[in-house]
Design a protein around this ligand. Structure first.
Ligand code: NAP
Length: 482
């Protein structure tokens, strides 16, 4: 009998899982989605200028080529259209239960009981978590935030009803999201103050519209999309990954970023403020060509003085108050709190939150001992700073699909504790050569400095590891002590 599968989240990951189940003829699944629409992070992040800095042909499923991309780097609306297209084409949309938030998943010894904020608990054989790493906005703890009398919102909860024309706007944060919306805000606002705590390394984004002939060629020439995708993938893997591993291209990446800064920012004082003092890649490199020019506009100010508090009238730094009527928090996400706020209990009532209190970890970023038939997409240590997450998601879905026949034969299966321990040792050894530990704060790490979010190897290795027959790494839970 086909397993009953609960998929939580209808973003890129959850939809990929649902599509592969459909393609395998397994229709016994439900996708739980707390929002009223699909798309995950691409639904939530609708800020002006939202888009992806990974090229369209790679930031898409390998099995679903799309000749309709209008530009080299997709904008958020286009990515959502692509996901709608995939969900419609593969017939998964009708299996999505919108407006249904999962509160808990509890393993009862043989099945998972899934409880939502509304309705009765439901029983499933398998649970696949597809909730992502960047799904819960992080608001900073700055005193006085609630005293502010103007309008404030987080970049992932953009207030589209609030017209920024002629406003005095403060933006707190300058990561990849802020770098995309700052140029748009700067065009409208009377005055924009960007509060920067740490500068980022920025490299150019050579975006371009695809002309009619290029689009026609992508449509008609057999193998062209595949070849283009492969070229982008190989380039990222061959040049960017070695830079993150502090290898041969690290100097090249730094030079590219410094050249970009010099080409776009003439003022030495501003340039100095924007020059990081840590190696490129330690934090996510920003890929954008319109961020620096926006910062050089006469109505834009970059403030690096530490923020002391927010008052009714604006943002106060150690140098004084900046009066504003709007504050936009581009302050990122609660990225290390994987699966929160869901309660997940495995064998013997083991709490996943408790298990992960020192930092989240999972075999291949997918499975955790004592949590049988529970699988994760974009789980711990599967984020990338150099290539497409969609590639990683597909590897994870392939692994889960390969596990399904075993659990049908053997009942619930879990990853062996010794496999998990060996995985952690390998991860730690590989992590040591990566740039992320080197003197910077980032969303890749817990407060204690453990990198719980990023994959420290080449993605070719991840594909190899996830495509190995899963059986030796797992054991049936029947017969093991509960
Ligand atoms: P982020 O990279 O985590 O940046 C958060 C920003 O807020 C940082 O500049 C941070 O400063 C600042 N900040 C946080 N707390 C603060 C505080 N208390 N006081 C002052 N500043 C504070 O978040 P994000 O820009 O939303 O991006 C998150 C990730 O989403 C990216 O790294 C990327 O992986 C993904 N993303 C991707 C794309 C794409 O095109 N593919 C686009 C957008 C986002 P510090 O640096 O000092 O901590």
């Amino acid at each position: 009998m086909a397993p009953r599968v609960a998929i939580i989240g209808a973003g890129f990951g959850g939809l990929c899982m649902a599509i592969q189940l459909e393609r395998a003829g397994i229709g016994s699944y439900t996708v739980f989605e707390k929002a009223d629409d699909l798309g995950g992070t691409w639904r939530d992040n609708s800020y002006p200028g939202a888009g992806c800095d990974i090229p369209s042909h790679l930031y898409s499923y390998s099995f679903e080529k799309y000749a309709s991309w209008t530009r080299r780097y997709p904008g958020q609306p286009e990515i959502l259209e692509y996901l709608e297209h995939c969900a419609g084409k593969y017939g998964v949309k009708e299996k999505i239960r919108f407006g249904t938030e999962v509160r808990s998943a509890v393993f009862d010894g043989s099945h998972w009981e899934v409880t939502c904020t509304t309705g009765a608990p439901e029983t499933y054989d398998v649970v696949v978590m597809g909730v992502g790493q960047l799904n819960r906005p992080h608001l900073p703890e700055i005193s006085g935030m609630s005293d502010f009398e103007g309008t404030s919102f987080h970049s992932a909860r953009w207030n589209h009803d609030h017209d920024l024309t002629g406003r005095r706007v403060a933006v707190i944060g300058n990561g990849s999201s802020a770098a995309q919306f700052i140029p748009r805000v700067a065009e409208r606002a009377e005055q924009l103050t960007v509060f920067q705590r740490t500068p980022n390394w920025v490299i150019p984004k050579p975006d371009a519209l695809f002309g009619p002939l290029t689009k026609l060629a992508f449509h008609l020439v057999p193998g062209l999309q595949r070849a283009y995708r492969e070229w982008i993938y190989r380039y990222a893997e061959g040049t960017l990954y070695p830079a993150l591993a502090q290898g041969w291209s690290a100097g090249m990446l730094k030079k590219r970023a410094l050249d970009h800064l010099h080409a776009q920012v003439a003022d030495p004082e501003l340039r100095a403020k924007l020059t990081p003092d840590y190696p490129p890649g330690c934090k996510r490199v920003v890929i954008d060509s319109s961020f620096y020019p926006a910062l050089t506009r006469p109505n834009v100010d970059v403030v690096t003085d530490p923020i002391v508090r927010i008052t009714a009238k604006g943002v106060e730094t150690v140098k004084g108050l900046r009066e504003v009527d709007t504050i936009v928090y581009g302050t990122g996400f609660r990225s290390t709190e994987f699966l929160a706020p869901m309660d997940v209990a495995g064998r013997g009532g083991t709490s996943l939150r408790e298990r992960w209190k020192g930092g989240a970890e999972a075999y291949l970023g997918i499975s955790v001992p004592d949590f049988p038939n529970l699988f994760m997409l974009y789980g711990p240590n599967t984020n990338l700073g150099h290539n497409s997450i969609i590639f990683m998601l597909e590897c994870q879905v392939n692994h889960i699909m390969a596990c399904l026949p075993h659990l049908s034969e053997q009942g619930p299966i879990e990853v062996r504790p010794e496999v998990m321990a060996a995985w952690n040792r390998q991860l730690e050894a590989s992590m040591a050569r990566m740039v992320w530990g080197n003197g910077c704060r980032s969303w890749y790490k817990t407060a204690e400095g453990r990198v719980t979010n990023n994959w420290p190897g080449p993605t070719t290795l991840y594909r190899r590891l996830t495509s190995r027959a899963p059986r030796p790494a797992y054991r049936p839970v029947r017969g093991t002590a509960d």
